[in-house]
Ligand binder design. Structure first.
Ligand code: ATP
Ligand code: MG
Length: 267
């Protein structure tokens, strides 16, 4: 019998913008929920794309993680009172919960110099995800303070990348950053579970070449590639679950395989 109490916490990162971090976070949450798991998605990017794509509608007054992490507000476990329902109508959406943020999360960055600032997200989460199977944390591309707060609070990371030079380079930088900062973040066991290529187009020689490079770099830790499909952009654009998008069967199957692998490697 498992003695685990808190959710399995995984941050999704890459030190490059547009590397499909948020799509991977949202669709893995969807895949896990479709498999019957309860999932929280925490927003650590002031762009707040994950919150919106999960159907959360920001009224600009609801307290978010941006407020909770303010030095004057922070108390252990404060995130427990911030959960919002996923706004989707899909049957499994009730198993997805959102810890949203808004652009004011950026203000927390300048407080990096405050004593113990890197522990703020860890403290905010204390006991707040005990009711969930998984907590997925969507990171911003920067490796700055917000990302460091995220890395201090999770058990594992997943790296996503487009099969293009700069995105692969960003993946390697993120991997190396995890390795070089885990001691400083008092999170010695923090690891990278896998690398997910996304937006892959097999007709492009460049993509084929970078996927080969990724296999050399990451070996068995290279997970299945998510093909480039405009329906994913549409679903993200309109904040929809994939079940609302016609022709999404193939992509749902890909994310189900990835979600199953995530369950397996964290069991
Ligand atoms: N497999 C795919 N095929 C086609 N488009 C995709 C795919 N996956 C994601 N996209 C689209 O690519 C764009 C960038 O993806 P996303 O927002 O997830 O990147 P990101 O790494 O989170 O970016 P940022 O660094 O700004 O946070 C989005 O418009 C998204 O809908
Ligand atoms: Mg993003």
């Amino acid at each position: 019998m498992s003695t685990r109490r808190r959710a399995r916490r995984i941050a999704i990162g890459n030190n490059k913008g547009g590397a499909k971090k948020t799509t991977s976070t949202v669709r893995l949450a969807e895949g896990l929920a479709a498999l019957g798991h309860t999932v929280g998605v925490a927003e650590l990017d002031p762009q707040a794309n994950a919150s919106r794509r999960l159907g959360w509608k920001d009224d600009l007054t609801t307290p978010t993680i941006a407020d909770a992490l303010h030095p004057e507000n922070l108390v252990d476990g404060i995130a427990a009172g911030l959960w919002q329902p996923c706004g989707w109508q899909a049957p499994y959406a009730s198993r997805i919960h959102v810890l949203p943020a808004r652009f004011t999360l950026q203000d927390r960055d300048v407080e990096a110099g405050h004593k113990g600032a890197w522990r703020r997200f860890l403290r905010a989460l204390k006991g707040a995800d005990d009711h969930l199977d998984f907590l997925l944390v969507d990171l911003q591309p920067s490796l700055g303070h917000l990302t460091q707060m995220g890395l201090a609070a999770v058990d594992h990371t997943l790296v996503t990348f487009e099969p293009e030079y700069d995105s692969l380079e960003g993946a390697v930088r993120f991997r190396d950053f995890v390795a070089s900062s885990r001691d400083d973040l008092a999170n010695e066991d923090l690891d990278v579970l896998g690398y997910i290529p996304s937006g892959y187009d097999g007709r492009l020689a460049g993509h084929l070449g970078q996927l080969t490079n990724a296999r050399t770099l990451f070996g068995d830790q290279l997970w299945d590639a998510v093909p480039r499909r405009s329906l994913l952009m549409t679903a993200d654009e309109f904040a929809q679950p994939l079940t609302d998008v016609s022709g999404s069967h193939e992509i749902r199957a890909v994310y189900e395989i990835l979600a199953r692998r995530l369950v397996e490697v964290t069991s």
